[in-house]
Design a protein around this ligand. Structure first.
Ligand code: DGJ
Length: 712
């Protein structure tokens, strides 16, 4: 799985279908030599590469320039004049950085992070150890192997082993260099309400980067970056991708030089990061996950899906049935009324919906978005006998209870802010911008974190709660902390994210019976960092099914359906044909984690029967949503999308097809079935081979969507 080949000084990391190879050159530098289809045996002897005028170090000679070779890590201003991943300001005051390879270790498993999310249960880890004699720092670069999912994680730890402090100015998590060829880059871009729209463009000379400076990964860019060889399709061609297990400011970028050298990097955004490393201190970066497929993009998608399900989400939720919720937000906004909610609970129980979620508006004075964040105490105007009595009544009606929180935030109009105005993120002498009328809690401050955690523990003490929705409704601005000294203000962004993780750990441990759902003004925190604590995430406030198809399409490029929370709601849409409404909405939401978000007490008898049937129908679908392998329906037009979910044992499958562009389509492809197995499908008994060869004839009425599945 990981070996060192002495003769050529090569490290070879193998997963089930891929190999990753590095070479130690001149006993000092680690070059990247291969990432691709699995190799029998790596054979990459050192060769000079002579490029006129490139800077080189005397001892290596002209044939080895850090500027033109493919390197595992890149160091600022030491002859590598591309964008570099590691930059440390040393005690001399300059930032020239150069680490030399020293040694390696191979060990079982991995080092688990205590303060950050990470991929659990690695098979094996390679640690490459470097040293920079000027900054006096040691650097360990870690590669952990997840054999079956064809994924490798990377991160580094930097230790100041000298006696003077240094400043970390840039410490990326992962870099992959390669040379030659033509590529496309795909990223997931968007904004509030239109999250994760995939965009694919050719990789051009210069740097194409996506990033966040918002204090959360954000709706604007997702950290995922995919590089595909020109012409690669869903089921053919070489393609690889990186993604961060991180929720704060990140950068993911691809650089191409005119000589066709490529460098892909991801990590903490250096623009908003500056970390003082005192003598004896160490810093660990968040980790990145990389994967490669030689058989097209769909396999890469599957690798990331499997990685998230196997190693990122809390293991107790990997295959656990998710609640089907009725969420109060779009039905009642801040007008939380317990009598009305109890009617929702009764109706939910009749319909088979299992969890009532009380969204925003339940706590002290929270009648609008200008107030009360930070005062996590149930409002006695809204819950006359308290939260416990309410929860008991909900449960008496046969339904579980969920509740909404936004613990990283603080309102100016709150008791918490009146008592602790210093607990908001702020800088001196500047007005603070509001976002959604609120400020941000200083998550670098343990006192603030502990206060909120303890208050929530107290408020939810003895209250039976099975689900907690964790929201995060604004980006950070005027970023500073009164909790940290002047020279550490450059650390606030990353410390904020670590504080958020600290709180997520504390609250998920405090409420082990509750499943946490992530959320951020729709889907502004849709990343593997959050998935480590929250097995599902609200994908978008946009519940229009046509938009949802697109949002779900983008999101599933690298995140599994089992993390995607999707609700049947009532948002107006001029794209939906009359009469198809709830069926259509269900056809979209049932391709993910189904829920409802509308006034279920006002349904007609007809709609009640319809929803009951949907909930019942979903019982057959959700195992495939949780565990199934994803096979995209290829060769579709721009305004069509579809996929087949196939159970791991291949015995059952479900097909989802959407057509929002009136494309004339009579047949769709199916992939991933067992050729030999016989399926009971659309009223016939057919082998997987027959179904895949013939495709599926779409019924005439399937103009907008079509879903079907095999029957047992
Ligand atoms: C934004 C979320 O995306 C919504 O679902 C809802 O929870 C509101 N916040 C509540 O303020």
């Amino acid at each position: 799985m990981i070996k060192f080949i002495e003769e050529q000084k090569l490290f070879q990391i193998d997963t089930k279908n891929t190999s990753y190879v590095m070479r130690v050159s001149f006993d000092k530098f680690v070059e990247h030599v291969y990432y691709g289809k699995k190799l029998e045996k790596a054979d990459f002897p050192y060769k000079d590469k002579i490029i006129s005028f490139a800077p080189f170090i005397k001892e290596t000679g002209y044939g080895f320039s850090l500027c033109t070779r493919q390197m595992e890590l890149s160091f600022f201003d030491s002859g590598d004049l591309r964008d570099t991943g590691v930059r440390i300001k040393n005690a001399d005051g300059n930032s020239v950085t150069l680490f030399y390879y020293k040694d390696y270790k191979i060990f079982d498993g991995r080092i688990e992070f205590s303060d950050m999310p990470y991929s659990r249960n690695a098979d094996k880890t390679l640690e490459l150890i470097y040293f920079d004699p000027v900054s006096n720092c040691e650097l360990s670069s870690y590669y952990s192997v997840f054999y079956d999912t064809d994924t490798i994680t990377r991160y580094m730890t930097i230790r100041n082993v000298g006696s003077e402090k240094v400043t970390l100015e840039s410490v990326i998590a992962c870099q992959v260099d390669f040379a030659g060829g033509e590529y496309d880059v795909t990223t997931l871009n968007g904004c509030y309400y239109i999250e994760r729209m995939p965009e694919t463009v050719p990789v051009a000379c210069g740097i194409q980067k996506i990033y966040s400076k918002r204090g959360h990964s954000s709706s604007h860019f997702n950290p995922y970056i995919q590089i595909a060889e020109k012409g690669a399709s869903e089921y053919a061609g070489n393609v690889f991708a990186m993604n961060m297990v991180y929720s704060g400011d990140f950068v993911s970028q691809v650089e191409r030089t005119y000589e066709n050298d490529y460098r892909v990097m991801t990590g903490i955004n250096p623009e908003t990061f500056n970390w003082i490393l005192g003598a004896g201190e160490q810093f660990t970066t968040p980790e990145a996950v990389i994967s490669f497929s030689s058989v097209g993009k769909n396999k890469l998608t599957q690798n990331f899906h499997d990685h998230v399900r196997e190693y990122i989400v809390p293991k107790e939720y990997k295959s656990a049935k998710r609640p089907i919720v009725i969420n109060s937000w779009e039905a009642m906004y801040f007008n939380i009324d317990e009598e009305v909610l109890l009617k929702y609970a009764e109706k939910a129980n009749e319909l088979g919906i299992d969890t009532l979620v009380v969204d925003d508006g339940w706590f002290l004075g929270r009648d609008n978005d200008k107030t009360s964040l930070g005062d996590w105490i149930a409002d006695s105007r809204k819950f006359k006998d308290g939260l416990k009595a309410f929860s008991d009544r909900v449960h008496e009606r046969g339904v579980n209870l969920g509740i909404w929180i936004e613990p990283d935030m603080i309102s100016e109009d709150s008791d918490l802010y009146r008592q602790h105005p210093d607990w908001a993120i702020q800088v001196p002498n500047r007005p603070l911008s509001l976002g959604r009328n609120q400020l941000v809690l200083d998550m670098t401050n343990d006192d603030a974190i502990n206060h909120v955690v303890n208050q929530l523990k107290e408020t939810f003490k003895d209250v039976k709660i099975e689900y907690i929705k964790w929201d995060f409704n604004r980006s950070l601005s005027e970023v500073g902390s009164l909790n940290l000294p002047k020279e550490k203000q450059g650390e606030v962004k990353h410390r904020f994210t670590l504080g958020d993780y600290k709180m997520r750990k504390a609250l998920t441990e405090a409420f082990p019976d509750a499943m946490f759902e992530g959320c951020s003004g729709g889907g502004g925190l849709y990343d593997m960092g959050i998935m480590f604590y929250c097995p599902q995430i609200w994908a978008s406030d946009n519940t229009d099914p046509v938009w949802r198809i697109k949002i779900q399409q983008g999101s599933t490029i690298c995140y599994p359906l089992s993390v995607l929370s999707a609700h049947v709601a009532n948002t107006k849409s001029n794209k939906i044909e009359k009469g198809l409404d709830y069926d259509y909405r269900y056809a979209v939401a049932s391709g993910a984690v189904l829920g409802y978000e509308l006034n279920i007490t006002k349904f007609s008898k007809e709609t009640e029967a319809l929803v009951k049937a949907q909930v019942n129908d979903y019982q057959d679908i959700y195992p495939l949503v949780l565990d199934g392998d994803f096979f995209i329906i290829d060769k579709l037009g721009k305004k069509e999308y579809g996929f087949t979910l196939v159970s791991k044992d291949k015995k059952s499958f479900a097909v989802f097809y959407y057509n929002y562009g009136r494309t004339k389509r009579t047949k769709i492809n199916v992939h991933g079935l067992d050729e030999q197995l016989t399926y009971n499908f659309m009223g016939k008994s057919l082998t997987g081979k027959e179904i895949m060869q013939n495709g599926i004839e779409l019924p005439k009425e399937a103009k907008l969507y079509f879903t079907t599945r095999s029957k047992n």
